[in-house]
Design a protein around this ligand. Structure first.
Ligand SMILES: [Zn+2]
Length: 285
């Protein structure tokens, strides 16, 4: 792909909530009406965690099914019966190809790292030249505003942690676009879910590592803050972010998966280079 077309354009990580999502509970044998879902009808979070611990096959089936549907319905890639690829326009445009890898956390929960090649993306040389153009950088900033968000309206660096946070957010169903008032409900859901799952607290066993005698976060938190999406000539970029520990998300994806995830543009910038190396190398990310 890189030789024939262009380098990958987008890096994403999806940490599906196997203990939280009602679909995983149904696959583990619980009787839940997903069409008329009521979170308080249970099972409660303790019982849900036990169900998943008891049935790792259901957890893997949930992961595999959800990721397949995300690839098909959101990224527009479908493997047809002949083993070929059918493509349709998805949330990021048309995806030429992807490579993904599945990893397990210590407790066994699966997560996906994926690199996506977008149709029409520039080659590295074109990208290097185009980044000198203010018009191109503004176009990239518009792409970032639409697809990679790291700000919740109404929050500031100071008040972020005191804004209400909902627990067990994944034990829910996505907002139904067929019902009235969808844009408002979806925007509210995005704020609620992002507040619940997208903050990053560094922990010794997950992200902190020793680098040149200093303890640093391998995910590079805290991240730069900015009042608007930005792109520099060297390829460094970032979304609007006022709270430095709020990780970026993709707006349509967060509606559907309702779990922690991450999306980054792959440019010539330092941050995405590290991500790509981490993906291709033997390092667990
Ligand atoms: Zn960290």
């Amino acid at each position: 792909m890189t030789n024939r077309f262009n380098p990958p354009s987008v890096w994403a990580t999806i940490n599906l909530s196997d203990t939280g999502d009602p679909i995983a509970q149904v696959l583990a044998g619980e009787e839940i009406d997903l069409d008329h879902f009521v979170a308080m009808a249970g099972p409660m979070s303790n019982a849900r965690a036990k169900n998943i611990a008891r049935d790792p096959f259901a957890a893997a089936e949930f992961f595999h099914t959800t990721i397949r549907i995300v690839l098909e319905e959101m990224f527009g890639i479908h493997i047809n019966a002949r083993g070929g690829i059918d493509r349709k326009e998805g949330i990021l445009g048309v995806v030429n190809g992807y490579v993904g890898t599945v990893e397990a956390q210590a407790r066994g929960t699966l997560h996906l790292h994926i690199l996506l090649w977008l149709r029409g993306a520039p080659t590295p040389r074109m990208m290097r030249e185009a980044l000198h153009s203010a018009r191109f950088r503004e176009k990239m900033a518009a792409f970032i505003r639409a697809n990679i968000r790291a700000h919740i309206d109404g929050t500031t660096r100071e008040n972020f942690l005191s804004t209400p946070k909902q627990f067990n957010i994944a034990y829910s169903r996505p907002e139904d676009p067929r019902l009235p008032d969808y844009p408002r409900r979806a925007a509210e859901a995005e704020r609620r879910i992002a507040r619940a799952v997208q903050t990053h607290d560094c922990k010794t066993h997950t992200c902190l590592k020793l680098k040149k005698g200093r303890v640093v976060c391998k995910r590079r938190a805290p991240w730069p803050t900015a009042d608007d999406a930005w792109v520099h000539e060297n390829g460094d970029w970032g979304p609007k972010r006022v709270y430095p520990r709020l990780n970026a998300w993709n707006p349509p994806l967060i509606q559907v998966v309702r779990c922690n995830h991450d999306m980054k543009l792959v440019t010539n910038g330092a941050d995405t280079k590290v991500r790509t190396l981490c993906f291709l190398g033997p390092v667990q990310c």
